[in-house]
Design a protein around this ligand. Structure first.
Ligand code: NAG
Length: 297
């Protein structure tokens, strides 16, 4: 398993350098519309309203209900993360809310380093700002920039380090084993993932993890042009943790309709009716945790 990870890391060095060129010379539609700010910077620099509502005393768009929550940036509370060095984290979703996973934002400072997840816990990271060096058990390291991600299977020794400020979003879950299916560590980037079929829907879908049975969750990247919306009014057993990376729109959760914008986090419990419409002048992109491949029983 480690050997495979090393091969992935080594091959990644080459694919990454070519991807960087592609990134500059052929920007996606997402980039052409937005201003000159760095990709996803609204997640951590998200005060856009002319009235600056977020700064009104006592005002928050955050909501916490039985089957969903909206946690907007002015409500994120950062503190030390267990075993991490020079890093502050904000847990935005945790089992206290009813989830079987945690989702947190981690702000790495100079000379920062991650701690390991708990025993039997898998970890997924996605870079929002800056760059981090990911090192596997044998010391081979790989630099992940904005829009890149890594997956670490349970009990896989690794570190995430940075010598300059960086921000990542992290998902962790106690791995649900299936006999004869072993998840592999991986590193990759969103722009390398193919667009997938979405029958009956107009949004664009990419999946960041393989769909094979070894993986008990996936991370979807979903893109909407302004005015596009979900066709299916979904109600399902899966749970979701969502980070709005770009754009703004209306999220319906149960009987409530929420104006949302980049930087917002949403918790969706199993069976909460859910629906999204992208509005505003710029495309929406969001990142979505979804548990898959396991029987609910
Ligand atoms: C990244 O993902 C693409 C598409 O899934 C795949 O073809 C490629 O081999 C992956 N790169 C690495 C370094 O794993």
């Amino acid at each position: 398993m480690l050997t495979i990870f090393l091969l992935i890391l080594i091959s990644g060095v080459f694919t990454y350098s070519s991807a960087e060129q592609g990134f500059c010379s052929a920007p996606s539609s997402l980039n052409t519309v937005s201003e000159s700010k760095p990709l996803y910077s609204k997640v951590y620099d998200s005060i856009q309203s002319p009235l600056d509502l977020q700064n009104l005393p006592g005002f928050t768009r955050s909501v916490y209900k039985r089957d969903h929550a909206l946690i907007s940036p002015e409500s994120h509370v950062y503190g030390p993360l267990p075993d991490w060095i020079n890093t502050l984290g904000a847990y935005v979703i945790s089992p206290e809310i009813g989830s079987h996973f945690v989702m947190y934002l981690a702000k790495l400072k100079e000379n920062s380093r991650s701690g390991l997840p708990l025993r039997d816990v898998e970890r997924f990271i996605f870079v929002l700002h800056g760059a981090v060096a990911v090192t596997g058990a044998h010391g081979v390291s790989h630099v992940l920039k904005v829009d890149s991600y890594a997956y670490f299977p349970p009990n896989f020794e690794h570190s995430i380090e940075s010598d300059a400020p960086a921000i990542i979003v992290v998902f962790e879950r106690r791995y649900a084993q299936l006999p004869n299916h072993i998840p592999e560590p991986l590193v990759n980037s969103t722009d390398k993932q193919p667009l997938l079929e979405t029958p009956g829907e107009v949004f664009e879908l990419r999946k960041l993890l393989p769909s094979s049975l070894a993986y008990d969750f996936n991370i979807h990247i979903m893109d909407f042009q302004p005015g596009e919306f979900l066709n299916v009014k979904e109600v399902h057993y899966n749970q979701h943790g969502l980070l709005l990376l770009e754009g703004e729109g209306i999220y319906r959760l149960g009987d409530s309709w929420y104006p949302v914008q980049a930087g917002d986090v949403i918790w969706m419990a199993p069976f909460v009716p859910q629906w999204y419409a992208a509005l505003g002048k710029t495309p929406t992109r969001y990142l979505l945790y979804k548990d898959v491949n396991r029987s609910p029983l």
